[in-house]
Write a protein that binds this ligand. Structure first.
Ligand SMILES: [Fe+2]
Length: 302
């Protein structure tokens, strides 16, 4: 899989707008060298800027060894609940359907499913997935930070950690839930983003669309978008484009993406996504009968 990271689904060709569905969604297990402790993943996109996929755990399952990336990772839970342990600090967070969490670069993390049903989560990593020239910590033989053990690197003070700003507005975009560089300085903590910590903004005046940002920092921006269905006409977002690679993943209802410069139309449904290259302008349209709910991801700039 390491050979595919950074070049999916385009290979060595130029990036172009497309729908990612069907055979373009690539299944893989991780780790590949130990299938007995693997989880199942589905890769949607992996460029030089961002990697997006879904990973799944059935009830009772976890993966081992703990994961670590050279980029920041964010989760958005699609189904069930995910418990994530930092085996170095001992921090454990549980996130449920509709919630999100930021894992700063080089923070170890191990996922468990202690819930009754399947767990499926989107994972978004930017810019790079695999650390280079890096020897991972050896957690074998029960050396992880757990009940009645001593953490390898304990958090010294809660006040050492960057914290959420109350009453955030669109001016906090770029530093949500915390400043990216501050989060990566350490101590490396997980930042859980439940419903009431999402940063909501309205896009557009005549055609308003609700955006709820989960994460917005120097490497990526991730927000839920809600576009109502129309009435007497189709409902379209106002135009937008991003200084980076963008992916719109459909959560509920059908989505149309229209690129006015080339008059290209794409259609995607739940579980499918549309890739939009840098600086390409687009409208998102809802031609359906229910509210479109999707996840918009842009990296590195919004
Ligand atoms: Fe990970």
């Amino acid at each position: 899989m390491e050979s595919i990271f950074g070049r999916h689904p385009f290979g060595n060709k130029d990036k172009e707008a497309c729908v990612i569905k069907g055979d373009l969604i690539k299944p893989y297990i991780a780790p590949e060298n130990d299938p007995f402790y693997s989880d199942i993943n589905h890769l949607y996109l992996s460029t030089d800027r961002i990697t997006v996929g879904i990973f799944s755990l059935p009830p009772g399952a976890s993966y081992n060894p703990p994961d670590i990336h050279s980029g920041d990772e964010a989760y958005f839970i699609l189904e069930g609940e995910l418990t994530v342990q930092n085996p170095v600090s001992g921090q454990v967070e549980c996130i449920k359907k509709g919630e999100s969490m930021l894992v700063p670069a080089f923070a170890y993390h191990r996922g468990f499913n202690f819930g009754a049903g399947m767990m499926r989560t989107l994972f978004i990593i930017a810019p790079d997935v695999v650390p280079k020239n890096f020897t991972p910590e050896d957690f074998s033989g029960g050396k992880d930070a757990k009940y009645k053990s001593t953490p390898i690197f304990p958090f010294e003070q809660a006040s050492d950690l960057p914290s959420f700003q109350p009453n955030a507005t669109m001016q906090n975009l770029g530093g949500w839930p915390v400043d990216g560089e501050d989060a990566r300085k350490g101590p490396l903590a997980f930042y859980k983003i439940p419903e009431d910590k999402k940063l909501a903004v309205i896009h557009g005046t005549d055609n308003p669309m609700l955006m709820k940002f989960l994460v917005s920092n120097d490497v990526f921006h991730i927000c839920e978008i809600f576009l109502p269905s129309g009435g007497t006409r189709s409902r379209a977002s106002e135009i937008d484009s991003h200084k980076g690679d963008s992916l719109v993943f459909v959560l509920e209802s059908g989505m149309t993406v229209f690129l006015p410069d080339t008059r290209t139309t794409f259609e995607a449904f739940p579980g499918e996504a549309v890739f939009i290259p840098e600086n390409v302008t687009y409208h998102i349209l809802n031609h359906g009968a229910s509210t479109l709910h999707a996840l918009l991801i842009a990296a590195p700039e919004l």
